[in-house]
Design a protein around this ligand. Structure first.
Ligand code: SF4
Length: 227
């Protein structure tokens, strides 16, 4: 079933094209931090900072913070006021500061100072939803069994016509049914880069899109509109 859908809808081809295309653009910041630091804690914190915040802001803020405090111990010792000041360019910095402090404290008290490599345990932390837990499992622990669905990973497969879903959780479940596991680890990375640069939320660059021949939106919405 999976193989035939992947072939019928050109999923394999699309994944190959986008993987190649992604090399022309900067990596999503959380992936970059995971690859450079191999630290699940830094992936978790940068993912929390990135929520509803552009990578151009999240990147420098994460880097500044990690110069000062890159472990639960150091964040725990950092006064809340100082943490707020360091991360104040990200959206919702007040709530995020509190969450990061709470999570660091819980990690020290209950998890021996280590981020648990377990999806369900991660979901117990206040402020950690499915997307963040999936990101930490995928880019913090390099596990291959997870698909982190954010706004880009939700929007693009819907435009392509691969899924017809109403929310990211549904998209995660549907993508797992139609895409072979060997591609799961790459999905977030590839679609975030593609969504930030080409398949943008508003006014996607359909004309120059390298996968437009495989896209339902292109055939059914873009082409008829552009005459
Ligand atoms: S053709 Fe347009 S909508 Fe379809 S994937 Fe490309 S940019 Fe996105």
């Amino acid at each position: 079933m999976k193989y035939s859908k992947m072939q019928d809808w050109g999923i394999i081809k699309v994944m190959q094209i986008l993987k190649k295309e992604a090399k022309n653009f900067a990596n999503p910041i959380v992936t970059e931090i995971g690859e450079k630091t191999r630290s699940p804690f830094m992936v978790l914190v940068s993912c929390l900072l990135s929520l509803r915040t552009n990578d151009k802001i999240t990147g420098p803020v994460s880097k500044n913070l990690f110069k000062i405090a890159d472990t639960p111990e150091k964040i725990n010792k950092l006064p809340l006021k100082k943490l707020k000041k360091i991360i104040k360019s990200v959206n919702f910095y007040i709530t995020k500061s509190k969450r990061i402090k709470e999570i660091s404290k819980t990690l020290l008290e209950k998890y021996n100072g280590k981020v648990p490599g377990d999806f369900d345990e991660l979901m117990k932390f206040k402020g950690v939803g499915r997307k963040t837990a999936n990101i930490v499992m995928t880019y913090g622990f390099f596990k291959k069994e997870y698909i982190a669905v954010d706004t880009h990973v939700h929007r693009i497969p819907n435009r392509l016509g691969w899924v017809k879903t109403k929310n990211p959780h549904q998209t995660e479940e549907e993508l797992k049914k139609i895409i072979l596991k060997k591609y799961w680890q790459d999905i977030n990375d590839i679609f975030v880069t593609f969504g930030q640069n080409i398949c943008k939320p508003i006014s996607p660059h359909c004309r120059e899109c390298p996968i437009n021949q495989y896209c339902k939106y292109y055939k059914e919405v873009y082409l008829p509109k552009s005459g």
